[in-house]
Write a protein that binds this ligand. Sequence first.
Ligand code: AP5
Length: 215
Amino acid sequence: MGPPGAGKGTQGAYLQERYELHPLSPGDLLRAEVARGSALGKEAQGYMNSGKLVPDDVILKLVANELDTLGEDRGFLLDGFPRTLAQAKALDGLLLVRNRALRAIVLMQLDDEVILQRLSQRLVCPKCKLSYNVVDNPPQVEGRCDQDQSELIQRQDDQPEVIRKRLEVYHESTAPLAEYYESSGLLDKINADQPIQAIKEQLQKRLDERLKKDG
Ligand code: AP5
C-alpha cells in the first residue's frame, strides 16, 4: 500500500522476483483492459484518467478472478489493493473462502510534493510495466525499456491535475486503511523517500524476518 508514486510498482517488481510471487495489481490489469478496448476497459478508463477510484465491485471481480487462476501454493503480491475499507473487508472474505491469508503488509510513506515531482518525471514500459524516472532511475538507452527495448510512454494519469486528484482520493479513501491493518501485526511502514536500493534492502530484511518467523 502507499500513495500514487510511492514506488509500489518499482519495489513490487523486485519482490515478485525474489519471493517468486504472482503479481496482482488492479492498476496493471485495468490498463491491459483499456489497451484491449474491452467493455471493462472502457468503463474503467474515465475513472482512471480523472484520478478517481474504479468502483469496488469491478475491482473485486478482477481480483477474485486473478486469485482463481493461481495454484493453491502460489504466493501473490497485491499492489495497489485494497484501496478502500470496503475492499479490505471484501479481501478478508475472498482469502478466507480460498483458505489463504496475508503474510505481510507494507505501507510506503511519501510526502505529496515528492510524489508530484516523481510522477511528472515517470516513464513506463507499456509491455513489461517497468517504471523509470528520467532523473533518479533512467533507462540505459533514452526512451527505451532496459528489459525489452519497447518505447517508453507517459501514463495518461501522470498529468499534474490528475496526480493531485489521485492524492486527494488516496488521503480520503486509502490512507485510513493503515488503521484497519494496524492491529493485524503484519504491517510494516517504510520511508519511501530514500534511494531505491536502500528501500529494497529494508524491505527484504523485514520480509525475510517475517517469513522466518512464520516458518
Ligand atoms: P495504479 O496503477 O495502482 O497507480 P498508483 O497506485 O496511483 O501508483 P503508481 O503506479 O502511480 O505508483 P507506484 O507507487 O507504483 O510508483 P512507481 O514504482 O511507478 O492505479 C491507477 C488507477 O487505477 C487508479 O488511480 C484507479 O483509478 C485505478 N485503480 C487501481 N487500483 C484500484 C483499486 N484497488 N480500487 C479502485 N481503483 C483502482 O514509482 C513512481 C516513479 O518514481 C517512477 O518513475 C519510479 O522510477 C520512481 N521511483 C520509485 N522509487 C523511487 C525512489 N525511491 N526514489 C526516486 N524515484 C523513485
